[in-house]
Design a protein around this ligand. Structure first.
Ligand SMILES: CC(C)(COP(=O)(O)OP(=O)(O)OC[C@H]1O[C@@H](n2cnc3c(N)ncnc32)[C@H](O)[C@@H]1OP(=O)(O)O)[C@@H](O)C(=O)NCCC(=O)NCCSC(=O)Cc1ccccc1
Length: 133
């Protein structure tokens, strides 16, 4: 099941394959993606790169927004994204859980928590996704 979801993720958003993200759960109420810590994904000091964390969160939030699109919409695009990095990820993995904060006619706001392998909140991302018709 996870392999199938990951194949869907990589087909829909090819950069997630380059990133090395995997999909654990996909639904309109919650999308969960995962990224393993790896030295190649780090900035200095062995910290998982902020851009990698933001890319993971964007993919989770974007997929969640897509699954909440109103009838007649054909897609979604990120128009703003705000991130707070609350603690570094230096080992293990990080999981991004995206949920819809508000589903509007023209804009969907997704709220995404990134937690480390111990379940600690490492970052929080709020994204605004445009509804494309
Ligand atoms: C250090 C601080 C910024 C502030 O912490 P505070 O508000 O004072 O919070 P608090 O005291 O509660 O500590 C919480 C935890 O913080 C850590 N820690 C705290 N102090 C120190 C210290 N002196 N030294 C070392 N670590 C320290 C420690 O783990 C601690 O946990 P513990 O208590 O040991 O269990 C923290 O929020 C942090 O590391 N955030 C993550 C930053 C990050 O990983 N950014 C991404 C990579 S950068 C990038 O790629 C750029 C980029 C971005 C975007 C795009 C492209 C590129």
């Amino acid at each position: 099941m996870a392999d199938e979801l990951t194949a869907q993720l990589h087909a829909a958003m090819p950069f997630t394959a380059v990133l090395g993200a995997t999909a654990l759960k996909v639904g309109s109420d919650e999308v969960v993606l995962r990224l393993d810590w790896d030295a190649a994904r780090c900035t200095s000091g062995g910290l998982l790169h902020g851009g990698a964390l933001m890319a993971l969160a964007d993919a989770a939030g974007g997929w969640c927004a897509f699954l909440n699109l109103p009838d007649g919409a054909r897609g979604t695009a990120t128009v703003t994204s705000a991130t707070n990095f609350l603690r570094p990820v230096t080992a293990g993995h990080v999981e991004a859980t995206a949920r819809p904060l508000n589903v509007g006619r023209t804009v969907i706001v997704a709220d995404t928590e990134l937690r480390d392998a111990d379940g600690r909140l490492a970052a929080r991302v709020t994204q605004t996704q445009a509804v494309i018709r």
